[in-house]
Ligand binder design. Sequence first.
Ligand code: NDP
Length: 482
Amino acid sequence: MEKIINYINGEYCEPLSEEWIDNYNPSKGEVFGVIANSNEADVEKAYRAAKEAYPAWSNSTIEERSRVLLKIASLIEVNLERLAKAESEDNGKPLSLARSVDIPRASANFRFFGNAITQFASEAHESVGLNTINFTLRQPIGVVGCISPWNLPLYLFTWKVAPAIAAGNTVVAKPSEVTPKTAFLLGEILSKAGLPKGVLNIVHGTGPTAGQAIVAHPKIKAISFTGGTKTGEHIARTAAPMFKKLSLELGGKNPNLIFADCDYETMLDVTVRSSFANQGQICLCGSRIFVERSIYEQFREDFVARVRELKVGDPFDDSTRIGALVSEPHMEKVLSYIELAKEEGGKVLCGGNRVTVPGLENGYYLQPAVIEVYDDQCRVNQEEIFGPVVTIMPFDTEEEALQMANSVRYGLSSTIWTSNIDRTMRISKKIEAGIVWVNTWLNRDLRTPFGGVKASGVGREGGFEALRFFTEPKNVCIKYSE
Ligand code: NDP
């Protein structure tokens, strides 16, 4: 049995708790290893290592930090195949996706922040007449906590830890207990790259125990969290009275607005992807599709035909487009929404059933579902399902499309398909979302601010925004005489 253990102070170590949790391979529906079920004592051990490492790391030169981050990026590339297999096995996603998106992006995160830190500058303001110059000293915060979800395991884990350490902090991090394997393997890479001991400590375990211990730790001064909105609320309730710096990247129910004047074939290709990539388990998936009435019938027919063609199967098979859902409880949750859709009067146009894959009969596979809904306020259209399920609905006017797009509690991303630049600008200004993609989807430039509004989160990651989050700005005002 494979054992996933903690990485603390530059060494792999068994949990002080001496407790273990089963780790499932969702493509087979079988336990394939155990994970350390760390407790408060393990988090304390990780905190102490991070505290010890902080003075030297925060005083290291930018060149030194940059060099280590770039080395980690290269070693992730060298280990691409091994990490991609581990990610696919742990999460159920197609190996081809892990190989082409997840792992390359994990490497890109380290490379990006290894370079970005060399360009990160602070502002200066001279007050002419008052003979003062103010400058902003940006200092690392200290020991920070990073908590990441299961859908893009190494991709999102590194998206947090890379800027945190680039900025000179030391870290206690927890990946999701559902998908711990690539973060576990990262430990080896950190040691090989020469990251000083204690700079990045990885603790495995459950959210309510290990995660909560990080959030509630009185000396961990900032928390960067990506996960569900409910968990985010809980974390905010713990961290806010302790006045911790908090970045929350939460759930989404993203609208995909399709206008008749779009490039239809490109839209169709990308909409299949934006609906069902990673089994629809990407916070940025466009799960509510609104289509201008003049092309609605055509779209419904073409889209459903394309979705029916998506091959559901073994994640290790290169022709598979839809792998397994991450866990049995998650699959059950998604199936319950299909039932709810029917109860609410929605029409399941395709999919929505469990699929038996030969040789992998116990795996958590679902046929991707397209549901036609008649009321945008119904629960399947309002609540985050986070699986291979999209709703479709027609609209008549731009105002109506915008109103429906904004009528949810979430505001993470949005997509608009149109060739009208004026409309693009009108909607971009009014839509309640942190990201607007126009005639594209999931096109990411790591320099841009990333995050959501409303119940999708607080704060921004990405580019210098992440380096700003992981530093404390201090105003220094110097008076001079002529
Ligand atoms: P969860 O909120 O369940 O978990 C996220 C992380 O938080 C996991 O590591 C989890 O640990 C941990 N956790 C759970 N409870 C606590 C707690 N009380 N204190 C501290 N940590 C805790 O989310 P999922 O893993 O289910 O991920 C799916 C969600 O993430 C979706 O809602 C999705 O929209 C959102 N998401 C948002 C993104 C964004 O950028 N806005 C990007 C990707 C996903 P464990 O798993 O071990 O319980």
